[in-house]
Design a protein around this ligand. Structure first.
Ligand code: RET
Length: 247
């Protein structure tokens, strides 16, 4: 190594350390949300998003989980992070939009399958690797169809602040995530971009996928609570009250 960096420190170590620090920024809004409620539910699950990712980035910084697949370096901790946190990102967006329990779990499950097939694609060698990739991409497509179909539709029936948050989360997930399979093709797939280059891109994308997401929820939480409270305060006003109030 002839770069400016001390030869004892790997470039990826610095990148993953930056990712770890980035993820820490997502923790304070999640902790503040612990003191609030959303329609009687607590926000606890959101802490998993930056919390688990920070832990996995810490392990990557320490070089734990670094593996070689077809001679290409990939930290398996990245896939463990995705397996745990991306179902929460998708499932929570669907929950905000007002989807039922079954649909939320169904989407989270399809997401987990996407990551598992992606992990299989890493482990397999060329011809079959692309079959696993295709299965993963199919799951991704199914998620996009669901997000821009029934999930967006469900959001239309929500109160304004909640509807706005649901749309924002749908678009944040729907648009940014498209970059992941593309990056994968040039990285572990065709191996035309070095694993260091991929580490830079993925770390940046992971922080952007997670930290703003929890801030969006945090920012909307107060207005959502207010609008829900004023809704329940006015909702019981039936025809009798309407008559009593009319001149
Ligand atoms: C893989 C490879 C196989 C094809 C597809 C993939 C999609 C991955 C995605 C990952 C999203 C990760 C996020 C992380 C946040 O920190 C597994 C790369 C479709 C969409 C949002």
């Amino acid at each position: 190594r002839h770069g400016l960096l001390p030869s004892m420190i790997e470039t990826t170590t610095l990148i993953y350390a930056a990712g770890f620090l980035g993820m820490l920024f997502g923790i304070p809004p999640c902790l503040r949300l612990l003191g609030r409620e959303d329609e009687g539910r607590h926000y606890g699950v959101l802490l998993v998003i930056p919390g688990f990712a920070a832990l996995m980035y810490l392990l990557m910084t320490l070089g734990i989980g670094e593996m070689a697949f077809q001679g290409y370096d990939v930290p398996i901790t990245r896939y463990i992070d995705w397996l745990v946190t991306t179902p929460v990102l998708v499932g929570y967006a669907a929950y905000v939009a007002g989807m039922g329990r079954g649909a939320v779990w169904g989407l989270a499950g399809a997401d987990a399958l996407m990551i598992l097939f992606g992990t299989a694609a890493l482990a397999l060698s060329p011809p079959t690797q692309w079959m696993a990739f295709a299965l993963s991409a199919f799951c991704h497509l199914a998620l996009l169809v669901a997000l821009y179909g029934p999930v967006r539709q469900a959001a239309l029936d929500r109160l304004p602040a909640r509807r706005r948050l649901a749309r924002l989360l749908i678009n944040h997930v729907g648009l940014l995530w498209i970059a992941y399979p593309i990056v994968w093709v040039f990285g572990p797939g065709l191996q035309v971009v070095s694993s260091v280059g991929i580490a830079v891109m993925i770390t940046y994308m992971d922080v952007v996928a997670k930290v703003p997401y929890v801030y969006f929820v945090y920012r909307a939480s107060e207005t959502m609570a207010e609008e829900a409270a004023s809704e329940t305060a006015t909702a019981p006003a039936g025809p009798e009250e309407a008559v009593a109030l009319s001149p």
